[in-house]
Design a protein around this ligand. Structure first.
Ligand code: PLP
Length: 426
């Protein structure tokens, strides 16, 4: 089959190209979710080539602003038309403005920024930064997710993704998430540790630690001279109804990782922010850790505008309010429709997990939701948990649509599996 650049493709041609050039496995996904093709997006909605519409409550947690937020879109278009990629020899103002914007909203003390393109790259930067201070031993948490480049994968505790790529980094251990005593015991076994963890585990299945956990982690790291790296790639930028998970406990880590929503949903960009003391080596030598496109003006314009859009539109407060409404509504649906199929609906702000009685049920619910034009995400480190991460721009009608689709999907699943035993998921 030959295709011309710019020519519209039908779904059979797209599937064929997926199979031949991308991934047969990816092509197979359409056997479950259908062959409609997304071609446009705006706000909370995705449009398909046949004119269909889907509410996007997935997006891997990227779309806190929704798709194509006007402020971010305008900033990026302006930058494309003026200076998308910099010489890196002359001074360039967009990087400085983006760093200042991020610096304005992160916890006090995290004054220095290193920009990158993906969450995994931000994690890599943090692992390397820790090494400049002699912290070569990594401690992360069971179920934690920090990306899939080799270093990030070493702290992402999932054999499924790790095993094909061993050996990974040496001197890595994992402790149970939410268990401060376990962390203290691990740090007591030796010096030079760098602790990497999320405030709430996203891909781990929306795991919320006990109150005070982050404060305890901070104190334990201080006691043992360990660095604390807080991965806010999924939880940050207002998703939890606070700017950062760290704000929920008034904690300042030594290093914080930002990604996903920092893109404004338009240009991939991530960041590692750190205290001046920790950032020393990167501040002194700008070539110690570089990448061609890191800090490119087009990404910097997106990042600055993404921060401004959250501020201007009050998206942090909106995420808190919407999150409460959705959590209450979804719990009510589950109690009424299918308590036998769901272990728990839990969440903070717009990071909500539906913990099903088994992975098969999570897949079945996902398919039912897609059938009802609602898109959500599975969790990479927790097969039984579906994650709802809608944007903070949902209207009241969008909320009604989401809850009604969830209600219909739960009713359908309950009819199929009327008792817990009938699911075979025990
Ligand atoms: N850290 C966390 C907490 C994440 O949720 C993710 C992605 O889901 C990453 C890191 C990796 O980010 P990326 O996929 O952009 O590399």
């Amino acid at each position: 089959m030959t295709t011309t650049v710019g020519q519209a493709l039908d779904h059979r041609e797209v599937l064929d190209l997926y199979r031949r050039h991308l991934s047969r496995g990816r092509a197979k996904i359409s056997e479950v979710f259908g062959t409609r093709m997304e071609v446009a997006s705006r706000g909370a909605w995705i449009e398909t080539s046949d004119g269909g519409r889907y509410l996007n409550a997935g997006g891997y947690g990227v779309l806190i602003h929704g798709a194509r937020h006007p402020h971010v879109e305008a900033a990026v278009i302006r930058q494309i038309r003026t200076n998308p990629v910099a010489s890196r020899i002359l001074l360039e103002p967009e990087a400085a403005r983006a760093a200042a914007a991020l610096g304005r909203v992160v916890p006090d003390g995290l004054a220095h920024v290193h920009f990158a393109g993906s969450g995994a790259e931000a994690t890599e930067a943090a692992i390397k930064l820790a090494r400049t201070l002699g912290h070569t031993r990594l401690v992360s948490t069971t179920g934690g997710y920090h990306g899939k480049t080799l270093g990030a994968l070493s702290v992402t505790a999932n054999g499924l993704y790790q095993d094909p790529f061993r050996p990974l980094l040496p001197e890595v251990s994992h402790v149970p998430f939410g268990d401060a005593d376990a962390l203290a015991a691990e740090l007591a076994t030796g010096p030079r540790a760098c602790v990497v963890l999320e405030p709430i585990q996203g891909e781990g299945g929306v795991v919320i630690p006990p109150e005070g956990y982050l404060r305890d982690v901070r104190a334990i790291c201080d006691q043992h001279g360990a660095l604390m790296v807080l991965d806010e790639i999924q939880t940050g930028m207002g998703r939890l109804g606070t700017w950062w998970g760290a704000d929920r406990e008034g904690v300042t880590p030594d290093v914080m990782l930002v990604g996903k929503g920092l893109s404004g949903g338009i240009v991939p960009v991530s960041a590692m922010v750190a205290t001046p003391a920790v950032f020393k080596a990167f501040a002194k030598d700008p070539f110690i850790h570089t990448s061609t496109f890191s800090g490119a003006p087009i990404a910097m314009a997106a990042a600055r505008a993404a921060v401004e859009a959250v501020e201007q539109d009050g998206l942090v407060a909106r995420a808190a309010v919407l999150g409460e409404t959705l959590l209450t509504g979804m719990r009510e649906v589950v109690d009424r429709r299918c308590p036998q199929l769901v272990r728990e609906v839990r969440g903070v702000g717009l990071l909500i997990g539906v913990d099903m009685a088994g992975p098969g049920l999570a897949g079945a619910l996902l398919a039912e939701l897609v059938d009802r034009h609602l898109i959500v995400n599975y969790s990479l480190n927790a097969g039984a948990v579906l994650r709802f991460t809608p944007p903070a721009v949902l209207t009241d009608d969008d909320v009604d649509f989401l809850l009604s689709a969830f209600d219909g999907a739960c009713a359908e699943l309950s009819a199929r599996y009327p008792t817990a035993d009938s699911t075979g998921a025990s």
